[in-house]
Write a new protein. Structure first.
Length: 147
């Protein structure tokens, strides 16, 4: 066997293996990528929990208070791997007791959080970089006072 035929066999073998690898990656590439670098989502405060103030008006246009809206940001730390059909569920909550410590409060079922803006966003979203999530709001206590 000459060195030219040996080199030819090595080159043809490398081409055959490369073709098989490319075929496997074409079929199962996304799964292989997700195994090598799995998705990494992180919840971060949006606006450092300062909240967004909205002025509340009645039907006559009179101002009767301000409501503070708070948001979270879901950040994809691996933007080359988009997260499809993502939703956030609130599985537990802690409330402050009379002893000033936080104690777990039971949730019957996990609550699904709503993507912002709530009037336009679907329930499931695809996250490539980041997405804003409605956390909650604080309304003035005067709205709930009963006379």
């Amino acid at each position: 066997m000459t060195t030219e035929s040996l080199i030819s066999i090595i080159i043809n073998g490398t081409i055959a293996v490369g073709t098989i690898v490319v075929t496997i990656l074409a079929i199962w590439g996304e799964r292989i990528r997700s195994l090598l670098s799995p998705p990494k989502l992180v919840l971060e405060p949006h606006n450092n929990f300062r909240g967004d103030a909205n002025i509340l008006k009645n039907s006559n246009g009179d101002i009767f208070g301000r409501a503070m809206y708070f948001h979270l940001k879901v950040v994809n730390k691996r933007p080359w791997l988009p997260i499809k059909n993502c939703r956030v569920l609130l599985k537990g909550i802690n409330r402050r007791g009379q002893d000033k410590d936080f104690h777990p409060s039971p949730l019957v079922v996990p609550a699904q959080m709503i993507w912002a803006p709530a009037s336009f966003a679907p329930i499931l979203v695809t996250i490539t970089k980041e997405q804003i999530l409605d956390l909650g709001n604080v309304w003035p206590s005067s709205l709930f006072d009963t006379a």
